[in-house]
Write a protein that binds this ligand. Sequence first.
Ligand code: ZN
Length: 221
Amino acid sequence: MSDKQPKIIMLFGRSGCGKGTQAELLQKEFGFESLSSGNLLRQRAKISDFSGKKIKEVVEKGKLIPSFLMFQILIDEIKKIRDKKDWNGLIIDGAPRVLTEAKLMDQAFKWYGWKDIYPVLIDISREEAFNRLTKRRICKECGQLIPWVGEFKNLKRCDLCSGELMVRSDDQPEAINARLDYYEKEVKQVVDYYKKQDRLIKVDGEKTIEDVYHGLKQAIS
Ligand SMILES: [Zn+2]
């Protein structure tokens, strides 16, 4: 690896803020490595050892994996990326989730010698998040997921197959409220941590996917 610093981009925000979509866009355009805490947990849950089974149980109940374990899983992957020859950036989607993880993350980045760190909050209000999560729809015909965002709100039928659209029944208001409460209780502390150190990058997440992406790119350039 050259002396050039890789970009480390951490994306966080309320459920429904579109961090997964934005991570994908960045990955496609810049070829960055990408880690999603949700995907890593699902992968780990497939190994049927003690932790794998327990992760499956905890995730199914909608509870959270403790930080020590989340961090262990994350660091295992980060270590592999650190040793790769050609890579110029890493996107971490959905972490840190709590203050402890934000502090550990800083220790890890220091250890690996990375200084070009971008903690990015994709900012949407609680109301917007609730609407997006309860009003997003799915095509009855082809299964395409239609997000409740920007121009998609006006879609009457599926733009791919013109199939009928329906609201997803698994987006239950109670479960959604629990996730949004979690943000107020935990993730906000992460946001404040970066804010106090004058490191927080805030991107308005209530715009269209393209506009959010544009804002994100400017913020990390
Ligand atoms: Zn369709």
